[in-house]
Design a protein around this ligand. Structure first.
Ligand SMILES: O=C1C=CC(S(=O)(=O)O)=CC1(O)O
Ligand SMILES: [Fe+2]
Length: 350
C-alpha cells in the first residue's frame, strides 16, 4: 500500500557533524562568509544571505564527521502527516519530533529513507532577517542561497525512482549505450536540482552546494583561499559544468565534507521540461571545457548517520563505476562523438 507523498518545496538545511567546531566555524563563517543565526558551545546555525528561514546549515561537534540530517521544507503542516504516512507505507523508520527538537524549527518528521539517508521534513520555522539588500554585509564571495544536496548511492535507477515517487522531477542524467545510469539530477524547485544521485558505495553525502550570484564571486573565493595559503581546500574547479551549465567550485572543509559553490544553472519549472541525458563518454559532461574530474571527487564522500546517530553501513555499487569507465578506459571518451581520429585528452588523464 502506498500513501501520497508530502508536497516538498525545496532542500532547506543540512546538519553536519564536525570534529572541531571552532575550525569548522572559521571555514564556514570567516572564509565562506555564511551568516550566523545563532550559536552556542555545541552547535552553530548558519544561513545564506538571501535566506529567511532560521538556518541552512547546522554545525554540531561530534566524534564522527558525518551528515545527521537532510532537511526539506514542505508546503503545509498537513504535509508532515503525509510524510509520516508515505514513509510508514514504505516500511521506513519514522520519528515525529516536537517543536524545538531542531532549533528554530517546529514539528519535524525524521525518516531513514529507503536509500539509507536521514531525511527530515518541516513546515513551521522561525523567520530571521533576509539580508538580500544588506550589501554592506556582502563579501566579494557572497553566498546567497542553499542550492542543492548531492547523495552517493549504489543504484541510481532505483534511487531516482524513489525520489520521483516522492515528487521530484528528473532534469538531467548521465548514461551509457548499454543503459547504465551513472548519475541523475532531480528537482522540486524550478532549477536543475534539489538533490542529485551519484553512483557509488552508499549511502554517503557527496556535497552540499551553495549559490552565488555571479562567477566572479567564485573566482574571488579561489583568490581568497590562495591568499590565506588554503589552496589545499580547493578540490575541483573552478570551471563550467556540462550538466546544469552552472559555473562551479568544489571545496573540502576541515573534516573533508565537500562543499560546492555554484552559480547560473537554468529554469526547469514547466511540466514538460525536457530531460537532458549525457553520454558517460562525453568529455564535456562534467566539465564543459573538458577538464578531467579528479579521482577524489568520484571516490570520497561523507558518512551519514541513522536516526540514533550511528553511521549507516555502506552498500557497494554493482554496476560499472564512472571513474573506471571514463578514465581507466581512456580512448573511449570523446570530445567529438564521431571523431574517430582522436578527440580525447590523453594528456588530461589522471
Ligand atoms: O551540481 C552539479 C551539477 C553538475 C555536476 S557535473 O560534474 O557537471 O556532472 C555535478 C553536480 O552534481 O555537483
Ligand atoms: Fe552539485
Amino acid at each position: 500500500m502506498t500513501a501520497a507523498p508530502p508536497d516538498i518545496l525545496r532542500c532547506a538545511y543540512l546538519e553536519l557533524v564536525v570534529g572541531d567546531l571552532a575550525a569548522a566555524r572559521e571555514f564556514y563563517v570567516d572564509v565562506l562568509g555564511l551568516v550566523v543565526t545563532e550559536e552556542n558551545g555545541r552547535e552553530i546555525h548558519l544561513r545564506a544571505l538571501e535566506e529567511f528561514i532560521h538556518h541552512n546549515l547546522v554545525l554540531r561537534e561530534g566524534p564522527v564527521p558525518a551528515v545527521a540530517a537532510f532537511g526539506f521544507r514542505v508546503r503545509t503542516p498537513r504535509d508532515l502527516d503525509a510524510a509520516e504516512a508515505h514513509y510508514r507505507a514504505l516500511g521506513c523508520a519514522v520519528r515525529r519530533e516536537p517543536p524545538g527538537f531542531r532549533t528554530g524549527v517546529g514539528e519535524v518528521v525524521r525518516v531513514l529513507d529507503p536509500l539509507g539517508f536521514p531525511y527530515e521534513f518541516f513546515h513551521d520555522v522561525a523567520h530571521v532577517p533576509r539580508l538580500t539588500w544588506r550589501y554592506e554585509q556582502y563579501g566579494a564571495g557572497a553566498i546567497v542561497r542553499l542550492d542543492h544536496f548531492n547523495q552517493v548511492c549504489p543504484d541510481v535507477v532505483a534511487g531516482a525512482a524513489y525520489l520521483e515517487g516522492l515528487g521530484f522531477k528528473r532534469t538531467e542524467d548521465i548514461r551509457d549505450d548499454d543503459g547504465v545510469t551513472y548519475a541523475a539530477w532531480l528537482a522540486r524547485k524550478d532549477t536543475v536540482h534539489d538533490t542529485a544521485l551519484t553512483g557509488g558505495a552508499g549511502p554517503r553525502m557527496h556535497h552540499i552546494a551553495f549559490a552565488t550570484h555571479e562567477r566572479h564571486n567564485i573566482l574571488y573565493i579561489c583568490d581568497k583561499l590562495g591568499a590565506l595559503r588554503r589552496s589545499d581546500a580547493i578540490e575541483r574547479g573552478p570551471g563550467r559544468h556540462g550538466v546544469s551549465n552552472a559555473f562551479y567550485l568544489y571545496l573540502r572543509d576541515p573534516d573533508g565534507h565537500r562543499i560546492e559553490v555554484y552559480t547560473q544553472d537554468y529554469y526547469t519549472g514547466d511540466p514538460d521540461n525536457p530531460v537532458v541525458t549525457w553520454d558517460v563518454h562525453d568529455e564535456q559532461r562534467r566539465d564543459w571545457w573538458g577538464h578531467p574530474v579528479v579521482p577524489s571527487w568520484y571516490t570520497e564522500a561523507s558518512t551519514v548517520l541513522d536516526l540514533d546517530g550511528d553511521p549507516v553501513p555502506l552498500r557497494e555499487r554493482e554496476e560499472p563505476a564512472e571513474m573506471d569507465v571514463t578514465v581507466g578506459a581512456d580512448g573511449f571518451s570523446y570530445t567529438r562523438k564521431d571523431d574517430t581520429g582522436g578527440g580525447f585528452k590523453l594528456g588530461g588523464q589522471l
